[in-house]
Design a protein around this ligand. Structure first.
Ligand code: NDP
Length: 482
């Protein structure tokens, strides 16, 4: 086979097949390979006329059909299969060629793979791709890592297929080795938090205010015309308006309330724990999914028949209207906290791993194609661009003002939820984070005292330099300089 394709896709299931078609739709000459040839044939039979494809029966044929430097995008099952495919390709490719892993890899794996593959003279690029199957076909948000040199080749290809937001392609070179997959992971963490906050808002209206799913759907539709304008709010309205064809009931009432997860939220929290960055909103969202899926435990708890409020707020229509606006404000403020925490995690990891990440660019490429696409990402990118958000997004004047405007409502929502027995882990933890952040003094002083008491861990004083230890066991409990 003569080399004609400028890019290739390995793995033609839902994601890879869609990505290959997207590439072809935008004038790329696309080599395609799948372990089981029947899948390649199916893609060619159904979509082969949509562009220029070079279907290969063997990996050797696939590699031979690519022009140099060869660019192969892997979209196979994450984990072992990805490693196997990377190695098989690397064995057939030559120095200067580029292997892209566009699956959902855990960033330490990407760092490891990049090290191994670059030692062989090839480029390895871990690329976060968001937007699911539809995004892969119509334009995803793309977060490539890897070397600057590989980006020169990949830029025009990726820009041709990425989603466009206000005319700009939603793709940017994030940083070296695992930076792209890291940022994609945090994107997913923020997505968890965003979804949990929306779910808590729904619950407050459903159980707290006794509204129907359709009425709540209408509220979300209205909210989508405000600062909350986003893909997740838009689809929430649609889900809530969906009526089950068989029973005529709201579909949401027929869906089992155990939230699934595939692991990227957990990775975001695990990584944040090891970096000691508080991402409380994301963590609570992951734990809330965990609790929802503890079916036996929840059933047993229900049987216990704990006394306590039943969640109803018993408000009149005026109060109800005002409370809905409070929820909207609380949602907005908590969402800002989730983003601030996510960006803090990126900043801390960038220092730890030596990545030079342009946070404004990250916010810009999340404006289209991905699940957390939202209007207010324009404001976030402006805040990073101007340097106003360098320390925290919460300190940029636009967001400081938004938080201050929302604050009273936010407190009211968390307080009412607690008083009436409605769980709002993400709202409450975001508010606590904010209050912790703005507290001049925290009870951590007491914790330091405790630590020194049982473990002689020492403490610092506010009025003089040095480390101190109190001789707690001795009469008089003298303090000594440690
Ligand atoms: P799957 O994760 O279901 O994987 C199926 C593909 O992997 C098939 O092409 C299959 O080939 C191939 N495969 C499996 N095992 C091997 C192996 N040992 N050697 C070679 N090929 C193998 O496909 P998806 O399209 O759903 O996802 C692809 C990647 O994209 C995954 O990493 C996934 O995590 C990620 N993803 C990303 C999403 C996003 O929004 N970014 C959404 C969904 C997935 P065969 O046909 O021969 O079985």
């Amino acid at each position: 086979m003569s080399a004609e394709a400028n890019v290739g896709v390995v793995g033609l299931a839902a994601m890879g097949g869609s990505l290959a078609r997207n590439l072809a739709h935008h004038g790329n000459k696309v080599a395609v390979f799948n372990r089981t040839y029947a899948r390649t044939e199916k893609l060619m039979n159904e979509h082969g006329t949509e562009g220029e494809f070079y279907p290969a029966k063997t990996l050797e044929e696939f590699v031979d059909s690519l022009v140099k430097p060869r660019t192969a995008i892997i979209m196979v099952k994450a984990g072992e299969p990805t490693d196997a495919m990377i190695n098989a390709l690397a064995d057939l490719m030559e120095p200067g060629d580029i292997i892209v892993d566009a699956g959902n890899a855990y960033f330490p794996d990407t760092i490891r793979r990049e090290k191994e593959i670059s030692a062989r003279g090839l480029h390895f690029v871990g690329c976060g791709v968001s937007g699911g199957e539809e995004g892969a076909l119509l334009g995803p948000s793309m977060m490539p890592g890897g070397s600057e040199e590989s980006w020169k080749t990949l830029k025009p290809i990726f820009e041709s297929i990425a989603a466009k937001a206000e005319g700009e392609p939603c793709v940017a070179h994030i940083g070296l080795n695992g930076a792209g997959h890291f940022v994609k992971m945090v994107h997913n963490g923020i997505e968890y938090s965003d979804m949990q906050l929306i779910a808590e808002s729904y619950d407050l209206m459903r159980r707290g205010l006794g509204m129907t799913p359709a009425e709540i759907g209408d509220v979300f539709e209205e909210w989508n015309k405000t600062e909350l304008d986003s893909y997740l709010i838009e689809i929430t309205a649609e889900v809530l308006h969906q009526v089950d064809k068989k029973t005529g009931k709201p579909l949401v009432d027929l869906i089992v309330d155990h939230a699934g997860m595939k692991g990227t939220g957990t990775w975001t929290v695990q990584t944040a724990l090891s970096l000691a960055v508080p991402v409380t909103g994301i963590a609570e969202a992951v734990f809330a999914r965990g609790l929802s899926s503890e079916a036996d435990l929840r059933e047993e708890a229900a049987k216990q028949g704990f006394a306590g409020p039943n969640g109803e707020l018993n408000l009149n229509s005026e109060e109800k209207k005002a409370f809905i606006e409070d929820i909207r404000q609380a949602l907005y403020a908590s969402k800002i906290v989730a983003y601030a925490q996510g960006f803090n995690e990126i900043t801390t990891a960038a220092k730890e791993y030596g990545w030079d990440i342009d946070l404004a660019a990250v916010a810009r490429i999340w404006r289209g194609g991905c699940i957390i696409r939202a209007k207010f990402l324009n404001r976030i990118s402006e805040a990073f661009e101007s340097g106003e958000a360098n320390v925290s997004l919460l300190f940029a004047p636009y967001f400081k003002n938004a938080i201050e405007t929302a604050e009273k409502s936010w407190r009211n929502v968390v307080a009412q939820a607690a008083l009436n027995g409605l769980p709002t882990p993400a709202f409450a933890s975001s508010l606590s984070y904010f209050d912790g952040l703005r507290s001049k003094r925290l009870p951590a002083a007491l914790i330091q005292g405790q630590r020194d008491y049982f473990g002689a861990h020492t403490y610092q004083r506010v009025d003089q330099p040095g480390a101190f230890h109190t001789l707690w066991a001795e009469p008089g409990r003298e303090e000594i300089e440690a």
